[in-house]
Design a protein around this ligand. Sequence first.
Ligand code: DAT
Ligand code: MG
Length: 184
Amino acid sequence: IRSEISYVMIKPDGVQRGLVGEIIGRFERKGFKLVALKLFQCPKQVSGGVAVGGGVCCNCLDIAEEHYKDLSSKPFFGALVEYILSGPVVCMVWEGAGVVKSARKLIGATNPLEAEPGTIRGDLAVQARGRQPAWLCPLKWPLVGRNVVHGSDSAENGERETALWFGKDALVSWEPALAPWLIE
Ligand code: DAT
Ligand code: MG
């Protein structure tokens, strides 16, 4: 039986800004165990040379919508799902007792302007409130979407999101050599 897992994803803004190493490094230094990792890009859906469905492949759309299903009634849901598929993301799974809550603390508050210094969002992001490109925010909703990283909000969602992005049995089982120096 394995301990708790958190699904952590570096969003397109984090990848584009070259923050992948910085973000992975924070979880690594903390001492959690990396059990899955991939760079993922939604394949563009093209029919007859023309992008269909906003150019986003149906399967990825299902994954992204399922990932954020708790927010499906929000006015920014469409923009959020579109954004998360707009470029490469880094998907990872971190394991350890208490990892879900701890990862959320490392990540910081949803709105980067409110996130404490020392957290990923607090140190590395500002909120995208204000004028947005129309494709990103047709409703002129104040976005907090460019907050560089996602982390599961419960152990159940850690399992659910991991299955969603990685499928079953994707986790690597290994014993870090440093384990006895991290956990008594
Ligand atoms: P978190 O990512 O901190 O778990 P969440 O699950 O409430 O936050 O929301 C998921 C993402 O949706 C969040 O990272 C950015 C976007 N979002 C949340 N609230 C928003 C809002 N009021 N306007 C625009 N985007 C929002
Ligand atoms: Mg969330």
